[in-house]
Design a protein around this ligand. Structure first.
Ligand code: FAD
Length: 322
């Protein structure tokens, strides 16, 4: 799908499955230049960080090339809770409104012990704020709205399936090597922004990997659909509920998301990571038991991931589970 077609379809509010969108690769004139073309700023990575930076630069009349190795928005809910301050920044970028319109706004969190509510907290008790305390919204919608906003700014040149594989720094900039479906090309830049995620290849190419701390706990994260009479407001947490899983006591949280899915999270045992072989799938019954801790209504999985400790970032990484 062409970028402008995506933006036009989204603006018209037509049926658009953000998880199925595949953006077209388009050959750029830079690929046919006799010598590497020089650009003021190249942002590597078209995730939330790279897109937000590109929009901010373009608003300040700085032309920016965004090189994105993939051709799709992210998969699964991933970053789902967007705080008021983040929404205020998205307001500055000109794309908060569709996020607030689509997202599930909330400010009260609830903690249950079994079926009993034992604690309740209000994250925005006073009135008069322009934006809600939080919205729950799948990351692929946030990325989609950022892409739509980027498409309206002529200063942004967003190139899908342009994967950076090499970087050489010089005295006044850097030269990038970029792989595309039609072969590689080079591009010079005054500035390069490494927005290529927590496993940044660019930082590795510069010898600036982030080692971070290992997050000891493991979580099962699942996007599920259930036939709830109304979405549970906030992110109610359940603790100590009976479980068919192997852990004697389990806790977890569930957050409502727009367009059917909800997000269920249950912590798994701390310490030693599981011995499951890479790529092997865990038993369906264990997933069922874990999610049943926090979800009482019948549910079906949309996506699920397991977070595991990792030595390259301060948070956790996730791999496909089902
Ligand atoms: C399963 C899961 C659950 C999560 N849950 C939460 C949550 O509940 N709350 C929360 O706050 N966060 C959560 N996160 C983390 C959140 O998704 C990240 O913090 C967020 O995506 C970071 O955005 P980013 O733009 O820095 O990087 P990314 O989203 O990783 O984007 C980087 C982009 O760079 C591209 N790229 C990479 N290498 C290259 C290259 N060499 N050349 C060109 N392009 C490249 C990638 O294709 C990608 O599109 C979760 C993540 C996962 C995986």
């Amino acid at each position: 799908m062409k970028l402008q077609d995506f933006a036009a379809a989204a603006a018209q509010g037509g049926p658009l499955d953000y998880q199925q969108v595949a953006f077209d690769y388009t050959r750029h004139a830079d690929q046919d230049a006799p010598a590497p073309v020089r650009r003021p700023v190249v942002v590597v990575g078209g995730g939330p960080v790279g897109l937000a930076l590109a929009i901010d630069l373009a608003r300040k009349n700085v032309p920016v090339v965004v090189l994105e190795g993939g051709s799709a928005l992210s998969t699964g809910s991933r970053a789902i809770c967007f705080a008021k301050r983040t929404l205020e920044i998205f307001d500055r970028l000109g794309c908060a409104q569709p996020m607030v319109d689509k997202g599930v706004s909330w400010k009260v969190g609830r903690v249950y012990f079994g079926g009993e509510e034992v604690y309740r907290f209000d994250l925005l008790p006073e009135a008069g704020h322009e934006r809600p305390a939080f919205i729950n919204l799948q990351q692929y919608y946030v990325e989609g709205y950022l892409v739509q906003r980027a498409a309206t700014l002529p200063g942004i040149d967003l190139r899908w399936r342009n994967k950076v594989t090499g970087l050489v720094q010089g005295g006044d900039g850097a030269r990038l090597t970029i792989e595309t479906p039609e072969g590689s090309y080079e591009l010079d830049a005054d500035y390069v922004a490494a927005c290529d995620g927590s496993r940044s290849q660019l930082r590795a190419l510069m010898g600036q990997e982030s080692k971070g701390r290992v997050f000891r706990d493991r979580f099962l994260i699942a996007d599920i659909t259930m036939d709830a009479p109304e979405p549970p407001p906030g992110r109610p947490k359940a603790a100590g509920a009976p479980s068919g899983g192997s852990e004697p006591r389990e806790a977890g949280s569930v957050g409502a998301l727009p367009s059917a899915p909800s997000r269920a999270e249950t912590p798994k045992s701390s310490g030693t990571p599981p011995t499951r072989k890479p790529g092997a799938r865990p038993q369906r019954s264990r997933i069922q038991a874990s999610i049943d801790v926090v979800v009482v209504l019948p549910w079906v999985p949309a996506t699920a991931s397991t977070c595991r400790p990792c030595s390259t970032c301060s948070a956790s990484h996730c791999g496909p589970l089902v």
